[in-house]
Every structure is written in structure tokens, then in C-alpha cells.
Design a protein around this ligand. Structure first.
Ligand code: URA
Length: 180
């Protein structure tokens, strides 16, 4: 599994019409990064700047994520970054169940191709979609099912800068989990 397999999924996502979000998108946002990659980061849904560029986490939350990644000693270009759904919801509202259900096979295919050792689920939408669990306060910072680490969504950290220290310390754990 490699970059060609990822490119094939990207094409499917760009052509996707499985849910109504396709009607208003400028760009679908499949995700970005190498395959294989040791670390995968999963957010919620593209926002305005992601919809304009087709790239994940390039807006304000993305800049905060970049800073946190650097502080944690990770290299963004070595991680695979994506979101649970690949098209922007209107006004950045939370994705609906039907949208998540229509889109989740793309994330599963990306996980299979990228084959990460550790998958960082950023926020409740990602934790719920992938693990069926919510409640960041209780879930964050723990390794779940041998492969998942739940942390805050960067947009939550933007709203409450007091969360930054915990967010960075969670991301640091991604670096030290080779033998978890
Ligand atoms: N928030 C997300 O969850 N994903 C993005 O790509 C951008 C913002």
C-alpha cells in the first residue's frame, strides 16, 4: 500500500456524491501526508480555508496545530493528516450522523493504506466516529485499543488557550509510543 493507493482514494473523494455536502463544496479535502506514516492525525471536518485549498488544517486551527506539532517535536510532513469527513459543512456546523456514515469508509481506507502505528483522534467527533466514544476530559492522553490516542481538537484549543499545554503534551506522547 502506498502513495498510488492514497491517490486513488483521493480521486474517489473528489468525485464523491454520497451525501449532500458535495453540493456546496469548492474542494473536497481528502487529507495529506506520506504512506506509510507512523503517525496519523484525525480532525473533524474541513473549514473555509480547507474548502478553498483542498488541504487539511490550513486555517487558524491548522496554524495552531502546526505550532503544537513543532513544540511536540514532531514533523508535520512526516504525519498523515485528515478529518472524519472530507467536505465542509455549512457554517462549519458539526457533521451530521448521515454525513459521517457516508464518509467513514474513506477514513478506514486511508487508515489501511497509511497503516499508522498510532492514530491521534482530535476532538469528540473523531473519537466518536472511530471508537464510538466521547468525552475528551476522560479519554484524552490514554492509549486506547493499542493504537489510538484521543486529544483536544485544535479549534477547542484556539477557543481556550489553557488547553495548549495538555494538547502539546498529548502530541508528545505520539513520539514515545513505538513500543506501546
Ligand atoms: N478542522 C478539521 O477538523 N479539519 C480541518 O481540515 C480543518 C479544521
Amino acid at each position: 500500500m502506498n502513495q498510488d493507493d492514497l491517490a486513488a482514494i483521493d480521486l474517489q473523494i473528489h468525485a464523491c456524491r454520497l451525501c449532500p455536502l458535495c453540493q456546496n463544496r469548492n474542494c473536497a479535502v481528502p487529507g495529506l501526508g506520506p504512506a506509510p506514516a507512523r503517525i496519523m492525525l484525525v480532525g473533524e471536518a474541513p473549514g473555509r480555508e480547507e474548502d478553498m485549498t483542498g488541504k487539511p488544517f490550513v486555517g487558524r486551527a491548522g496554524r495552531l496545530l502546526d505550532g503544537a506539532i513543532e513544540q511536540a517535536g514532531l514533523v508535520r510532513a512526516e504525519t498523515f493528516i485528515t478529518s472524519v469527513i472530507k467536505c465542509r459543512p455549512p457554517e462549519n456546523r458539526k457533521p451530521k450522523k448521515l454525513e459521517i456514515a457516508s464518509c467513514s469508509h474513506y477514513l478506514q481506507a486511508q487508515i489501511d493504506i497509511v497503516n499508522p502505528e498510532i492514530i491521534c483522534l482530535m476532538g469528540n467527533t473523531a473519537a466518536q466516529a472511530v471508537l464510538g466514544m466521547q468525552g475528551i476530559a476522560a479519554l484524552r492522553g490514554r492509549i486506547l485499543q493499542d493504537r489510538f490516542l484521543v486529544t483536544y481538537h485544535p479549534a477547542a484549543v484556539l477557543r481556550n488557550r489553557n488547553l495548549m499545554e495538555g494538547f502539546v503534551s498529548d502530541l508528545k506522547r505520539l513520539n514515545t509510543l513505538e513500543n506501546h
